[in-house]
Design a protein. Structure first.
Length: 395
């Protein structure tokens, strides 16, 4: 067994068509953070003001300040993490990230308080204002607590995928799709070890790692992925970058992955026991023309099954036109926590999660093994996907 490519693998020439993508990622990050800061501070004020109104008496000054400090700490620790690392920074990020989840639920609790209070007045129910506030804010705290436990519970999702022209060597084989570990200030090497042990227990024929292994902040990347040295599969373990590896120079992340023994697919195709495996980094896959060029250079054989590793379930028409049989992706987290499922489906449609069809292309999207920001999941699950490949009749 090996965590490199199989001995009979052949491939197209790897290409690095977007070495400066980290600069574009940095330019996109600043406006995003400005929007996030505006939303966070506005939400923090609304949550505090609503609690005071329904509780019926002023909150102590310190308790008014703490929520704003935590909201600011989340942004500042995220930015500082790009250049610095250390215990204090990690602790600050973790605490403030949990606050982000609680703020999310408290914000909707505040809205619910006003709706129920208005309904009580309209229908003459006479509900006590303090009881309304305690009930909904209490539910918010419970939801956050549940979400912390739920996010820590790693499941295995099983799915059967029929592919036309599947080589005999792959028929009935099981392969693993894993993505979005987001190793960094919240998840560390211990989490990596848990994921690797879970994958190893499944004894997959191959493993596809579809990006966002790293969260992005400065860290000892080799230490974070060191447990991956034990990640093995007969047909290989393959990696492409996600958007979090593209926010800064991706070379340092790729180097750590390679030192851990994974086979990095640098915008290239390899053929393993008759199956064409194509890997496109997120910096290229997110741009239709760049993706199209990589797939053209791969010179796919439409009479043989092919699997594309791409972090996001996007630009599907390009992959479908190139003759890809199956695209495996992550990125969406399926919205990660209530009520943001609608946003994931708004952006990606039905391809936000699960197995779906786009013309002749099958698309399988995982909700990911880890979390971004708050280590919380409500309404979604942390997962690795075990895929059973079967031969299907040609369309």
């Amino acid at each position: 067994m090996t965590n490199q490519h199989s001995g009979d693998a052949t491939g197209s020439k790897p290409t690095e068509t977007n070495p400066g993508s980290h600069r574009a990622g940095g330019r996109r990050l600043l406006p995003f953070l400005m929007v996030v800061a505006t939303i966070l501070f506005s939400g923090t004020w609304l949550v505090g003001a609503t609690w005071e109104y329904f509780w019926g008496r002023p909150t102590p000054t310190a308790w008014r300040i703490v929520p704003f400090v935590l909201s600011a700490a989340f942004i500042l620790s995220m930015l500082a993490g790009m250049r610095f690392s250390g215990f204090v920074l990690r602790l600050t990020y973790r605490v403030s990230a949990v606050w982000m989840a609680l703020l999310n639920f408290c914000l909707f609790a505040a809205i619910a308080c006003f709706i129920v209070s208005a309904a009580s007045n309209v229908f003459g129910l006479g509900l006590d204002r303090q009881v309304i506030g305690v009930a909904f804010y209490g539910l918010a705290v419970l939801a956050c607590g549940y979400g912390l436990l739920n996010a820590a519970w790693l499941r295995v999702t099983r799915v059967t995928v029929p592919l036309p022209h599947l080589p005999p060597a792959w028929q009935g084989r099981e392969v693993v799709l894993m993505s979005d570990l987001h190793l960094g200030n919240v998840r560390g090497a211990g989490f990596t070890r848990r994921v690797v042990n879970k994958v190893r227990s499944l004894q997959p024929f191959a493993v596809f790692v579809c990006g966002d292994v790293f969260d992005g902040p400065k860290a000892d990347y080799d230490r974070l992925v060191e447990p991956c040295r034990a990640l093995t599969a007969p047909a290989g373990v393959y990696f492409v970058t996600g958007n979090h590896e593209e926010f800064t120079e991706r070379a340092k992340f790729i180097a750590a992955i390679e030192r851990a023994g994974l086979r990095v697919l640098n915008n290239e195709k390899i053929t393993v026991q008759g199956l064409q495996i194509v890997g496109v980094h997120d910096g290229e896959a997110v741009e239709p023309e760049r993706l199209r060029k990589v797939l053209q250079d791969a010179a796919l054989d439409r009479q043989q099954a092919s699997i594309l590793l791409a972090h996001r379930p996007s630009n599907l028409s390009v992959a479908e036109a190139a003759g890809i049989s199956l695209q495996v992706s992550g990125h969406t987290h399926k919205g990660q926590m209530w009520p943001w499922f609608w946003l994931a489906y708004k952006v990606h449609g039905p391809f936000a999660y699960g197995l779906n069809r786009f013309g002749n292309l099958l698309v399988l999207t995982s909700s990911g093994a880890g979390t971004w920001g708050p280590p919380v999941r409500v309404g979604t699950k942390s997962e690795i996907v075990l895929i059973r490949l079967e031969c299907a009749a040609p369309a």
